[in-house]
Design a protein around this ligand. Structure first.
Ligand SMILES: [Zn+2]
Ligand SMILES: [Zn+2]
Length: 138
């Protein structure tokens, strides 16, 4: 078993692919539910308003946005940038245009350097999904 220290609370936990322990992850989930509920009830709220009302760190709220789990509808709330072209986005990591372009490029690259056996087995897809998950967790 891989034992590590939680990067959030410092306690020892059995590493399972995440940098924080189960308890801290549960706390994040609770916070996420609180933020989600607040935004549902107050769709026009800004991040600082959400943070004040829910007493949850705005950094954490921005992290939820970056993970694509939340969307703040207010036009003034554009705080995220597409990691590819720099366009302002409201949720996730890339703008719609780049997502489409990347999908197209990915399909093209399959014809090239990638072993078709891996694609058939679904290994490629699996690997991409996993690295994505890690990247989002930071
Ligand atoms: Zn922890
Ligand atoms: Zn973009």
């Amino acid at each position: 078993m891989d034992i590590r220290n939680c990067t959030r609370c410092g306690k020892i936990y059995a590493y399972d692919g995440f940098n924080i322990c189960l308890k801290c992850r549960r706390e994040d989930e609770d916070d996420f539910e609180i933020v989600k509920e607040y935004i549902n009830e107050n769709p026009g709220a800004t991040i600082s308003e959400v943070s004040e009302a829910t007493e949850i760190d705005s950094k954490k709220i921005i992290e939820f946005l970056r993970q694509g789990r939340l969307e703040i509808k207010d036009e003034n709330n554009i705080i995220l940038k597409c990691e590819r072209c720099g366009a302002s986005i409201k949720t996730g990591r890339f703008c719609d245009k780049c997502v489409l372009e990347m999908q197209r490029e990915f399909k093209q690259s399959i014809g090239g350097g990638v072993d078709p056996k891996n694609i058939r087995d679904g290994k490629m897809k699996e690997r991409i999904k996993i690295t994505d998950k890690y990247r989002n967790r930071e």
